[in-house]
Design a protein around this ligand. Structure first.
Ligand code: SAH
Length: 346
């Protein structure tokens, strides 16, 4: 059953009309839902209308199940969906506002060798409304509503591969950036992908100027194929070519993520090879991520982050080292979910 949050305003108007309610009710419904409320909490709609809706659609699809706050102010949310599945989101406060990191799938099928999300494979895709509910619930938790936006930026960097759940993710991006909803500019949204080339090309044609972030993590194809099984299907050079095409089509600077792993991809030689392979006539940036160690994966974080950054910068590449946030609250994607599943024997 589709949830009532899976629809845009036009669709809700059609539904409202088909249930013999006046169209302005659709706007009230939309505003209530996009303020993070379930049907029971939307007080300006009749009980009869809500009952008619619930006969065909399920209610607001999630609730905040747990909230942890790190010493550095980062908050981790666990959302529970109507079928009992849980996913994580992370809220980070910056000078300019709040950034929320959302999940797009329960689990992940990519099985990257450093990541906690793929340890148990893919459980299921999230629907557009379920992804949306993560943002709306946190916006409400911060005291916001549809007319009072607290969240300014979104990153699709939680559990799951967003481009492996393409249609729901595109619907979500269109909805959250619409003036009817939170009106978050696509320029303030980043989508991170392990590099599904055909979907990157498709995304470039959507006319959604979001930032494309590619999880590269390697200076060459050989190392990438060891770290990320998906790299066997989509070759290193092809991934970089698709990033260039994305830039050509959208004019948006592409970001490469590079998790620094001790003894695997963190030498000066690796930095030089990376620089050589990335170079080209397009705008890009490298974001070095200190590896968040996942016990089950056995890989170790490198201590060379700043040496690596300096080496890349010397070669003319714009580079940053990402601040680590929320390390004391199982910050890496999927870590907290796995811990809850274990502790609560779900
Ligand atoms: N599937 C998408 C988005 C999810 S992960 C992707 O692959 O990009 C968001 C980022 O965190 C990705 O760059 C991912 O490779 C990285 N990541 C996953 N596990 C990590 C870990 N243990 N330490 C550091 N970064 C990690």
């Amino acid at each position: 059953m589709q949830t009532i949050l899976d629809f845009n305003l036009e669709e809700l108007k059609a539904i409202t009309k088909s249930l013999n309610e006046q169209t302005y009710r659709a706007k009230q419904l939309f505003e209530g839902l996009h303020s993070g409320k379930s049907l029971e909490e939307i007080t300006n709609l009749s009980k009869a209308f809500k009952e008619k809706l619930l006969a065909s659609y399920s209610n607001f699809p999630a609730q905040i199940y747990k909230k942890l706050e790190s010493k550095d102010g980062t908050k981790k949310y666990v959302f529970k969906f109507l079928d009992g599945n849980i996913v994580e989101g992370v809220l980070m406060k910056y000078k300019y506002g709040y950034t929320l990191c959302v999940s797009t799938q329960v689990g992940c099928r990519m099985n990257c060798s450093f990541c906690a999300s793929g340890l148990n494979g893919l459980i299921r895709n999230l629907s557009c409304g379920e992804i949306l509910s993560e943002v709306l619930l946190v916006n409400r938790d911060l005291g916001g509503s549809v007319k009072d936006r607290k969240i300014t930026n979104i990153v699709l960097m939680g559990s799951g591969e967003p481009l492996d759940n393409y249609n729901a993710v595109i619907d979500f991006l269109r909805l959250i950036s619409s003036p009817d909803s939170l009106n978050i500019s696509p320029r303030n949204i980043s989508l991170s992908t392990c590099g599904l080339v055909d979907k990157i090309d498709k995304l470039a044609r959507e006319n959604l100027p979001i930032t494309l972030t590619i999880s590269l993590h390697s200076p060459n194809g050989q190392i990438r194929e060891k770290l990320m099984p998906v790299a066997r299907a989509y070759k290193y050079d092809e991934v970089i070519k698709s990033a260039k095409r994305y830039f050509d089509k959208t004019g948006r600077r592409v970001v490469y993520e590079y998790a620094l792993i001790a003894g695997v991809n963190d030498s000066l030689k690796n930095a030089e090879e990376l620089a050589k392979n990335l170079k080209g006539d397009y705008s890009f940036h490298v974001n070095i991520i200190p590896l968040n160690e996942v016990k089950e994966r056995g890989l170790k974080s490198s201590k060379n982050a700043y040496t690596f950054k300096n080496a890349l910068e010397k070669l003319g590449i714009s580079t940053t080292v990402r601040r680590t946030m929320g390390e004391d609250i199982e910050g890496a994607c999927g870590q907290l979910r796995n811990k809850i599943l274990k502790d609560e024997n779900i």
